[in-house]
Write a protein that binds this ligand. Structure first.
Ligand SMILES: [Zn+2]
Ligand SMILES: [Zn+2]
Length: 383
């Protein structure tokens, strides 16, 4: 029998060490090395450099079903402002999204499962790089993740401010929104500001387009669906007496439904094309598809909910809360395999938002997460 108190103390130590030595996406060299060393010390077979810095630990116990458990390892380009002893030692880089906690908890689960082997089949512990905007999950998939380590289902979690510490929440469908970005270039004809009739003004056209874009969500998307379209940058002009040659708009689109996501892109493309027909104007759109909607498979979400109820009690397990309009690249894994993604509450007296320079993962939830992963494997890969 494993000494749970000791395991939680070890995992807390690993978490704080990751917090002290954060690394940005695809640069998690020390982190992945430490992960690989620990997994090896627990007796797992380890593969490294999957999707640049990704690591997979394989724990096999006879023939049977397979399961993937995923944690992300990257930090953010933020200067930490907190004053904990384990404060980041890397200037301008910190674990402000709690991925240090995700990594430590999954390592704890690997140690526990390797020691007791309460299952029959194979568990793949997936440590991915670059969740923050860089699509590390997609990179691992392109590198053959699920061909090399075929899973019947894959599961991931995120620590979640806004939920009490130790609570678990899962939805049957969307958990997190898609993330796309766009750039629209409006080119007219520059001229003297005192003689606007001699040119074609891109600022007036781009301003009109900003307002027109606001009608996509309000007039095209069903009011029963959710979408956000924000123009976040509007750049043009350099002199007070000059009408510039061009203007550039940039922004982001978030949706909770892949059909709505397609619709927003399509209407935006049509609007831009119609402006491109205006006399003297050239208008072009670059639409960059980023992360898909993080959509749970209902059967796997039901499994998470049942394990959560059994482990934490009915009042600490939540089903079908409102999704978040933030995004998550675990979405790529859920597009490839059945599975589910859930939130683990971290709030005690106060709630500090993810990506805040004072964020520090709450070590008090390490134990419940280790036990959760253990129970999930035990139930899904029965002996
Ligand atoms: Zn984040
Ligand atoms: Zn995160």
């Amino acid at each position: 029998m494993i000494d749970m108190k000791q395991l939680v103390a070890d995992a807390t130590k690993w978490r704080r060490s990751f917090h002290q030595h954060p690394e940005l996406g695809f640069n998690e060299h020390q982190t992945s090395q430490k992960v690989a060393e620990l997994l090896t010390s627990f007796g797992l077979e380890v593969q490294t450099e999957i999707g640049v810095t990704g690591v997979v630990g394989v724990l096999k116990n006879g023939d049977g079903p397979t399961i993937g458990l995923r944690a992300d390892m990257d930090a953010l380009p933020i200067q930490e402002l907190g004053c904990a002893d384990h404060k980041s030692q890397h200037k301008g880089c910190m674990h402000a999204c709690g991925h240090d906690g995700h990594t430590a908890m999954l390592l704890g689960a690997a140690c526990y499962l390797a020691a007791e082997k309460p299952f029959q089949g194979t568990v793949y512990f997936i440590f991915q790089p670059a969740e923050e905007n860089l699509g590390g999950a997609q990179k691992m998939i392109e590198d053959g993740l699920f061909e090399r380590f075929p899973v019947d289902a894959v599961y991931g979690l995120h620590n979640w401010p806004g939920l009490p510490a130790g609570d678990i929440a899962v939805n049957d469908g969307a958990m997190m929104a898609s993330l796309d970005t766009f750039e629209i270039k409006v080119t007219g004809k520059g001229c003297h500001a005192a003689m606007p009739h001699m040119g074609v003004d891109p600022i007036v056209a781009a301003s009109d387009l900003v307002l027109r874009l606001q009608t996509i969500v309000s007039r095209h998307v069903s009011p029963l669906e959710s979408a956000v379209l924000s123009v976040t940058m509007f750049n043009s002009g350099e002199a007070i007496n000059v009408l510039p040659e061009s203007a550039t708009l940039q922004g982001t689109v978030r949706c909770l439904n892949s059909q709505v996501r397609k619709q927003v892109e399509q209407v935006m493309t049509e609007y831009v094309a119609s402006y491109d027909m205006s006399p003297g104007l050239q208008v072009s759109l670059t639409f960059n598809r980023g992360y898909p909607v993080t959509t749970n498979h209902p059967e796997n979400a039901a499994i998470i909910y049942e394990v959560a109820k059994g482990l934490c009690g009915q009042d600490k397990a939540h089903h079908n809360l409102q999704p978040s309009m933030a995004s998550e690249d675990f979405a790529f894994m859920l597009e490839t395999c059945p599975g589910a993604y859930f939130w683990l509450g971290v709030d005690e007296d106060e709630s500090i938002a993810l990506h805040n320079p004072y964020y520090d993962f709450n070590d008090k939830v390490i134990e419940v997460a280790i036990k959760f992963w253990y129970e999930l494997v035990k139930q899904q890969l029965p002996k």
